[in-house]
Design a protein around this ligand. Structure first.
Ligand SMILES: Nc1ncnc2c1ncn2[C@@H]1O[C@H](COP(=O)(O)OP(=O)(O)O)[C@@H](O)[C@H]1O
Ligand SMILES: [Mg+2]
Length: 368
């Protein structure tokens, strides 16, 4: 296969397994594995997908002050304005944010499809802005997997589901026996063990996205990126696909970064990151806790993100509730910082709340 052809049909890739070392995928619950595929029965512990790089110390993904400016004629659109992000190996995080906030721009950079204008992004030891063409292709084929919103973009229309799953392995030079065995395991893993011979047009939207997940996992990527993978699906199917992503994360240990509009979906991951105006604006962390009655419940806490130079973005609702504009007053308290509207500027009288707000630097440490 020529390099150019490979480029055109380049599909998400992962880390190559040495010949003869078939990665053991854990069987799906209640699934005895596809008969006759010759694949060894996998133990869940031994079947974790991972790349060697993901086992290194340090976070798997680090974005430091990422900027992406699109230039169209004389106009500049700043899609990312100094975005910081850290993702640890094994995490499953959701990126949320209004349309146009920069989510896809970020995903395209992390997916090796676009390059930032400034700042630094490192994924599994690969410095994204510094990769040559060959390394970039390699990165996309071996280190990451990618699932798009458009089902048609994920799969080659004229290939069967099985051939689609085998394609990334073919591009990575994996032998036929191994490809077939792994494709069977992956199709079974995504619940489509009996649909391998169907072309995409004969699969439902949800099934196509399941195949797309199998394709993205074919080369055992360190990280799976998915940009609104359930955006074209109905709610029930979307949640089924999302459940699959969760079990893949849990059982195979693959790190997952998913962009979603679905608040229910984003509530099921341990960390949701809100992107606003091209920056990470807030993070919501969730953890399971035991109530006094012995019930498990989920505690969800929202944090503003502080960047390296101390900037933070106040939630829009907070800004609007207090009519904050342009300038605010800050006061350092023993264990927190208070923020007040700049009442002088807002034209309000200080006397109407019975207390003067702090006026000068010397007052900044006092409560108004
Ligand atoms: N290829 C492009 N050329 C010009 N502007 C773009 C391009 N891609 C995205 N943008 C702009 O960058 C901003 C962020 O877009 P995007 O990353 O697609 O947001 P999201 O995925 O959060 O909806 C938007 O203002 C969008 O119009
Ligand atoms: Mg988008």
């Amino acid at each position: 296969m020529t390099e150019d052809h490979a480029e055109i049909i380049d599909l998400p890739g992962g880390v190559r397994t040495p010949p003869g070392e078939l990665p053991a995928l854990p069987p799906r619950r209640g699934d005895t594995g596809a008969p006759g595929n010759g694949a060894p029965e996998a133990s869940p512990a031994g079947g974790r997908l991972h790349s060697e790089r993901s086992l290194r110390d340090g976070p798997l993904i680090v974005c430091d002050n990422l900027v992406r400016i699109y230039k169209i004629a004389d106009l500049e659109a700043v899609a990312l304005q100094g975005l910081d992000l850290v993702v640890e190996a094994g995490e499953f995080i959701a990126l949320v944010g209004a349309s146009g906030s920069g989510k896809s721009t970020l995903m395209n950079i992390l997916g090796g499809l676009d390059v930032q204008s400034a700042g630094r992004a490192v994924v599994a030891g690969h410095v994204l802005g510094e990769m040559g063409r060959r390394e970039r292709t390699d990165y996309r084929r071996r280190v990451i997997g990618f699932v798009w919103q458009q089902t048609a973009r994920n799969l080659v229309r004229y290939l069967t589901a099985r051939q689609n799953v085998e394609l990334p392995m073919l591009l990575n030079g994996i032998g036929r026996r191994e490809r077939e065995a792994r494709a069977s395991q992956l199709l079974a893993r995504v619940g489509l063990g009996d649909r391998g011979d169907h072309r995409p047009e004969r699969l439902s939207g949800g099934e196509q996205q399941r195949v797309a997940i199998a394709v993205a996992l074919a080369n055992q990527p360190a990280v799976l990126f998915a940009d609104e993978p359930t955006g074209e699906l109905d709610t029930v199917t979307a949640h089924e696909v999302f459940d699959l992503l969760r079990s893949v994360n849990h059982e195979l240990g693959v790190t997952i970064v998913v962009v979603t509009h679905d608040p229910l979906v984003s509530e099921q991951v341990s960390r949701t990151i809100l992107i606003r105006d091209g920056r990470t604006s807030s993070e919501t962390l969730r953890r399971r806790a035991l109530s006094e009655g012995g019930d498990h419940h989920v505690i969800s806490e929202e944090y503003a993100v502080l960047d390296r130079v101390g900037r933070l973005q106040l939630p829009r609702a907070h800004v609007e509730a207090l009519g904050l504009e342009r300038r605010v007053r800050l006061a350092l308290e023993p264990d927190h910082i208070s923020v007040w509207p700049d009442r002088d500027r807002a034209g309000g009288s200080d006397s109407d709340d019975g207390a003067a707000s702090p006026r000068g630097a010397n007052d900044a440490g006092r409560r108004p």
